[in-house]
Structures are given as structure tokens and as C-alpha cells.
Design a protein around this ligand. Structure first.
Ligand SMILES: [Fe+2]
Length: 267
């Protein structure tokens, strides 16, 4: 199993820049080109939320266009900038989740591994929520398989990580039960998230919580929370999650920008 993760695309309508500054569509084009150039190619690409910036139908239409050149399947999760109904309307043809369900949650059963994708969108809020219904779904998925290496993917980190400005916007509802469920499932190799627009690794519920920087802009590092939240153009990142015999799930973080390689010793 080898899959790629990107997060926080914040796609806007064509010609429209985030904050008048960030051409998020161009950033996504670069990420798609980088993903297509990877060797070996990931089995699929998982996007952990904030697919678009304002939840508008035009943005989801643009997202479809921008993802179309991707050479591998894509799996989408929702973030606080998304709109659940506009997403449903924009992607009525997706076959990896049950459109009859009120939340965009699904299990990806892969060759010897699983990915459980959660929907932490609390519509209209920047903070995240996992209500009892969503957590019941997770509890059932974890209970049905206690051995297969499993990744839990979600947009909002469930715990504060020492960045006050963003910690306020974390998963608020359901965090304690989520932690108990993950702690009771030792086959959860990783919890992966986005939302912070920064890279963070921290112990969580007996496993590792890994937060990936965004595919476009980042949030300026501010461990004291003294300044207003600010955007910065630190390099966009993607992550490759791969099951390695003897090691378990190994995550490799790559810049979206690619760099030349030279043999050791010159030549
Ligand atoms: Fe975001």
C-alpha cells in the first residue's frame, strides 16, 4: 500500500486569489504535476479537507477541473472551508462513499491495510465536530477489524499542539471519545490531519498524530499566539504513506517543488 496525502487546497473560482494574494488553483496544478511524476506512483491520493475556500459550487467545479489530470484515483475528505451540500452536488458520481449517509465518511479497504476517512465539518464553523453518529460509525469500523494496519484520516487535529491561534480551531466536539476509540484500537498506525497549515507530529491515543502542511499557503509559526494569524509562503508539502515490512506505516514528507538529484561523490 502506497498512498499520497495532500491537504488544504482552498480552491477558488478561476482568476480569484485567496486574500487577493494566493493563487491556490496554480498551487494545486503544481501538486498534481508532482504527484503524476512520482515513481512509483501512489495507489491513490487522499485530500484531507479544505478542498475549496468558500464552499461555493463554482469552486467545486474548478476543483474537478484541476484534479482531472491526476493520473491516479483521488479520495476527498471535507474540512471547515467546505460545504457538505455543495460538495455532494459537485461530486454526485463518487462511488467510494455512500451518498445516502449524511456525512462524508468511508472506509478504504486496501491490500493489507485500511484507511478510515472521517468528516469533521461543523457547517458554518471553523472548529471541528464528530457527533455521536459519526463516532458510532468509526467505532463500528474499528470493532470489525482489530488487526489490519489502519490509518484514521480527518481534517481537524483533535488535540492542541502548542499553536494557540490554530489550537482554538481544533476538533472540539467528540475529541475525547475519538481518543478513547483510537486508544482501544492498537492497529491504528496513524491519525493524519490537515487544517493547521503547518507540519506537526505528536503522540495521540497511543498512536501518532501527523499533521501535514497545506498544498498552497501555510500559517506563520507563532508558538505564543501574540500576533494575528498570518499566511506565509513556506513550501507546500505532500506526504507518502507506505506500509514497509518490518517497520509498519512509514510516512515520507516531500516538498511539492521538486529538486534535482546528484550522485554521491559527484559525477
Ligand atoms: Fe485550511
Amino acid at each position: 500500500m502506497l498512498f499520497a496525502q495532500i491537504t488544504d487546497l482552498h480552491v477558488r473560482a478561476a482568476g480569484d486569489r485567496l486574500g487577493g494574494r494566493v493563487d491556490t488553483g496554480a498551487f494545486l496544478e503544481r501538486a498534481v504535476a508532482r504527484l503524476n511524476g512520482l515513481d512509483p506512483r501512489p495507489d491513490f491520493v487522499l485530500v484531507t479537507g479544505d478542498l475549496v475556500d468558500g464552499g461555493d459550487p463554482d469552486e467545486y467545479a474548478r476543483l474537478r477541473e484541476l484534479l482531472a489530470p491526476l493520473a491516479m484515483p483521488v479520495r476527498l475528505a471535507l474540512g471547515n472551508h467546505d460545504d457538505r451540500e455543495a460538495f455532494r452536488a459537485g461530486f454526485p458520481d463518487l462511488d467510494y462513499w455512500n451518498a445516502g449517509e449524511p456525512f462524508v465518511q468511508y472506509a478504504l479497504d486496501l491490500d493489507g491495510s485500511r484507511v478510515l476517512v472521517l468528516d469533521t465539518l461543523d457547517q458554518g464553523k471553523s472548529t471541528g465536530a464528530l457527533c455521536e453518529r459519526r463516532l458510532d460509525w468509526l467505532a463500528a469500523r474499528l470493532a470489525e477489524d482489530r488487526t489490519t494496519p489502519t490509518v484514521v484520516a480527518m481534517h481537524h487535529p483533535p488535540i492542541p499542539v502548542g499553536i494557540p491561534g490554530m489550537d482554538r480551531l481544533r476538533l472540539l466536539e467528540g475529541a475525547e471519545r475519538l481518543e478513547a476509540l483510537v486508544a482501544g484500537a492498537p492497529n491504528v498506525e496513524r491519525v493524519i490531519a490537515g487544517h493547521l497549515h503547518r507540519g506537526v507530529t505528536v503522540r495521540f491515543a497511543g498512536t501518532v498524530l501527523d499533521v501535514l502542511p497545506g498544498a498552497a499557503h501555510q500559517v506563520a509559526y507563532d508558538a505564543e499566539g501574540r500576533a494575528p494569524l498570518s499566511l506565509t509562503f513556506e513550501p507546500p508539502m505532500l506526504q507518502l504513506h507506505r506500509l514497509v515490512p518490518g517497520a509498519g506505516l512509514v510516512s515520507h514528507r516531500l516538498t511539492v517543488e521538486s529538486f534535482d538529484a546528484y550522485p554521491f561523490g559527484g559525477g
